[in-house]
Design a binder for this molecule. Structure first.
Ligand code: ADP
Ligand code: MG
Length: 506
């Protein structure tokens, strides 16, 4: 007589986990089951609670309620060390490597087992061996600072595997990778689960979940919405709908706008970069009122410098620009703002906002005329802040919360709110949806279209051709500081624009 063997218990079961922060319930009654040997995606918008739930599993946070079982056994995890002792390792979004140490030194860092205080030659051989087993190639003697971000990530993964992790959590690992590196990571993950280990892979990118994961759990506002297998029939729109809670229109409905008179006129503009090399060469173009003018190009071809010159943050060495008849070349940034140019900067965390300041003080950065500054009207500012937070749907416990604790999408909405309420004439938006999930990106795009409908001119710098084609009226393509050509978005092809991005064509 034969009996079927009992199925192996799941590698991870999190049962009814609740984790609160002051003013926020990051995880509410969240349950997750991950089978051994699978790549399980945890999908959700910014702020949905993905990192928090995994930080609970990795021992960084102790939840208010809930139970965790590993391979069928109930465990308590009170610290990362305890989590690690149970075979759980997490690769965080911001790596925790020591820059001036080597790969090998980082991998054994903190291992206080006397066995490890020793023979570096042997440690290096073992690292190479683990690297071979999982096809993760890094030089154990390289210093961390010498490595690209993608390589540093491989070190983190190798470190976890070297130390014998059995359940590996990767928090948005592809956010810092090129498409090619992301593909390579996909293969590494396959290799790891092929060896019987388990991966939980946090992402907000739908196509990636479909490509890499066997199963997906969707989180929304701290709650688990569903767990489903990922099959050939799983569609991005279905995942998006679960993630956002309503259907998402991937192609924006762009209404025809009557393009008005010239708003911004740029003539022969030139500037240098940090290395004092030519960054902008004879840039000449006009943007009309009610027009979205897209700038396409591979990053580093002068887009950043263009935005900086037009906002008064970088000196123009030659040429000029005029906003509605007002000459602004090399004007003070304050004068540029007063003239009606709003700026959604590229690195919103560093130049767009001040993390240590509250939501309302960040709004005050731009609105001091309405009465903040050292003197005035704090009451007016607080009322304005509350109104903006509400109308722009910024998820924050309150206006006194530090901006640095907001998720990327909410920080971007906060900056948009602040910039748009200055009633600008021209908006310079640099990569406004970069790093945002679909829901937040859709909200940001719709805000820009709303502004355009009201006759505002928009300079949209983006590396996302889909975004440029769906939002722009015309697209200018930059290559090595030059405008290679300007094409109408309605009739241009991606091939044509792609060719110009490499300096060819036109
Ligand atoms: N250390 C913290 N202190 C206070 N609030 C936090 C902290 N970490 C996360 N949050 C809040 O908890 C919620 C979930 O955040 P998080 O788990 O980081 O989401 P996700 O990883 O899905 O983007 C958000 O509202 C976030 O602002
Ligand atoms: Mg996160």
């Amino acid at each position: 007589m034969t009996t079927n063997p009992a199925p192996a218990p799941p590698a991870v079961e999190m049962i009814s986990v609740t984790k609160q922060f002051p003013g926020v319930i990051a995880n509410r009654d969240a349950s997750l089951t991950v089978r051994k040997g699978e790549i399980h995606a945890l999908l959700g918008e910014n702020g949905a609670g993905k990192s928090t739930l995994m930080n609970v599993l990795a021992g960084l946070y102790v939840p208010e309620a809930g139970e965790i079982r590993l391979h069928g056994r109930t465990v308590t995890i009170r610290s990362p060390r305890e989590a690690f002792g149970l075979g759980i390792a997490m690769v965080h979004q911001h790596f925790k490597l020591v820059m001036n140490q080597t790969v090998a030194e980082n991998i054994i860092l903190g291992l206080d087992d006397p066995r490890f205080h020793l023979d570096m030659a042997r440690v290096k051989r073992q690292i190479e061996e683990v690297g071979r087993q999982y096809e993760i190639h890094v030089d154990p003697d390289a210093f961390i600072w010498q490595l690209s971000v993608g390589e540093q990530q491989r070190v983190e993964i190798l470190k976890a595997l070297y130390r014998g992790a059995d359940i590996l959590i990767l928090d948005e690992p592809t956010a810092v990778l090129t498409p090619q590196e992301a593909d390579a990571l996909g293969q590494t993950m396959q290799k790891i689960v092929g060896e019987g280990k388990t991966i939980i892979f946090i992402s907000h990118k739908l196509d990636e979940v479909i490509r890499f994961a066997n199963e997906v759990t969707v989180l929304r506002k701290g709650e688990v919405i569903a767990t489903e297998p990922v099959t050939a029939d799983t569609s991005t729109s279905h995942l998006a709908e679960m993630m956002v809670g309503r259907s998402i229109v991937f192609r924006i409905q762009k209404e025809a706008v009557d393009v008005g008179e010239v708003c911004l006129s740029v003539r022969g503009l030139e500037a240098l970069n940090e290395k004092r090399l030519s960054a902008l060469r004879k840039m000449t173009f006009d943007i009309h009122q009610g027009e979205i003018f897209g700038i396409a190009g591979v990053a580093g071809n002068g887009q950043k410098e263009l935005a900086e010159v037009l906002t008064g943050l970088r000196h123009a060495t030659s040429g000029s620009f005029v906003l509605k008849g007002k000459a602004l070349t090399n004007a003070h940034p304050r004068a540029v703002i007063d003239a009606g140019i709003a700026h959604i900067p590229e690195s919103r965390i560093y130049t767009g906002s001040v993390g240590a300041m509250s939501v309302s003080d960040n709004i005050a950065l731009k609105h001091y005329r309405e009465g903040v500054g050292p003197f005035l009207n704090r009451k007016g500012l607080r009322a304005l802040s509350r109104q903006l937070v509400e109308s722009f749907n910024v998820a924050t416990p309150g206006i006194d919360t530090r901006a640095g604790t907001l998720s990327g999408g909410n920080l971007q909405k906060l900056i948009l709110a602040r910039e748009l309420t200055t009633k600008p004439t021209l908006i310079i938006a640099a990569h406004p949806t970069q790093g945002l999930d679909v829901g937040a990106a859709e909200a940001v795009r719709n805000r820009l279209l709303e502004q355009q409908q009201q006759g505002v001119a928009v300079l949209l710098i983006s590396e996302d051709l889909d975004e440029l084609f769906s939002l722009s009226d015309r697209i200018g393509v930059m290559y090595e500081g030059r405008l290679m050509g300007i094409v109408p978005a309605a009739t241009a092809t991606r091939e044509e624009v792609g060719l110009m991005m490499t300096g060819k064509g036109k």
